[in-house]
Design a protein around this ligand. Sequence first.
Ligand SMILES: [Zn+2]
Length: 499
Amino acid sequence: MNTQAQCLENLLAFAKSHKLIEESDKIYCRNLIYDMLSLDAPDSFPEPDQGALARHASEILAPLLKEHAGTPVLEELLDAKIMGVLTPRPSEVIREFKANEKESPEKATSAFYEMSKANHYIQMDRIEKNLSWKTSTEYGDLEITVNLSKPEKDPRDIAASRNLVQKGYPKCLLCMENEGFAGNLNHPARQNLRLVPVELAGETWMLQYSPYVYYNEHCIVLSPEHVPMKISEKSFRRLLDFIERFPHYTIGSNSDIPVVGGSILSHDHFQGGRHVFPMAVAKSHSFFSHPAFPEAKISLLVWPLSVIRITMPSKDRLVELCVKILGDWISYSDPEADVIANVEGTRHNAITPIARREEDGTYTMDLVLRNNRASEEHPMGIFHPHQNLHHIKKENIGLIEVLGLAILPGRISQDMEAMASFLSSGSAGGYDLSVHQEWLDGVKERRGIVPKEQASEIVKEEIGLVFRQVLNDAGVFKHSGIGKAQFAKFMGYCGFLQI
Ligand SMILES: [Zn+2]
């Protein structure tokens, strides 16, 4: 039995059953892949067997990639190259998206998402390995994900990539020129990436899914140009236009300054998806009105970060109010709250905006106030996770975290087992937990020796509570009596009246 021929027939059957190709594409795709792998075709092709019923294309592909690639990165490159052959061309994807959208926007996004998973652009086989849980807090349930989907680098790949000359194309991971790009040792292959144009604020932007999907239908909407992040009137318009067209999605933008923004500031983009984030269901603690915007419902959220929630029936009016708050915040200082708008010409205030469509058709914008100033005591940022939390989280608190979903590095998962052992038996069994030791000692003091069968759950809960503190640190006006008064003072500065 020719195993490679069997794998390829299974792959073609998988692609057909997942609607990546049609029967009439089969011979054509088969020939392209045989050529790509420099394989001689057998006299007759085997019938697909049970293997074609695999949940993920990667299960079928694995033996072929081992045979033809050699290192993990080369396998990834070949994986995308083969799956690219089995992915409809961009024009076909766009045509289908538009046809589906005529029936319903849900149908359009969900078919596009399914395609992006079936063709292994989104690597669900890896993403399913992520650990996730919820931790209940006074702000509601926070969501925690430990990211185990990024593979460890093979030393051979690292050595080879060192000799590679960095090229300027595509300029970054978010440029639309990634669509179909073959990739190299330093840049992922994207033959199986597809984007769909969407009209936002009179401009064409591109919709794709995130290859890392941290939540359901995690999408990215990116500028067709490689231009830096910039929160402006246009950003608010784009977000609202997006949810008008896709009311089942939430969409937001990272802020446009370092430390309190996301990891990519060089390419303007939004992130969204079909997920109800913890912040979306947060309650309000204070309510306001504005004489110039009598139709607006305005409140402050019971949330560790400082969030103004505004709901209005008109997109244009909501944009107008958001622009006003953005302008007021950018120039606002309150030294008692450690908020200083500008130091020697450098702007420190920014906003992380998030938009949603309500069931009654009105629009909600959550504006999260951010400040990225650092001090001697907090050199990485006053409103950034403080030093004592870095053993769990020291990266930027970007949009997804602001919404109440923590993305923690994979190293935490190994540590968690040892933490559970330490809390139940007093010993980590020789595992080095020194970075966590001070925190673990505090947990032990509060909890005492915990029963072995509960230890893992307690570790998860305690990590969730660290994330709560991470968000507390990122809040400019703390969720306390003084903090609420400082927040109310800013609202007064903007012309809001407390109800
Ligand atoms: Zn770019």
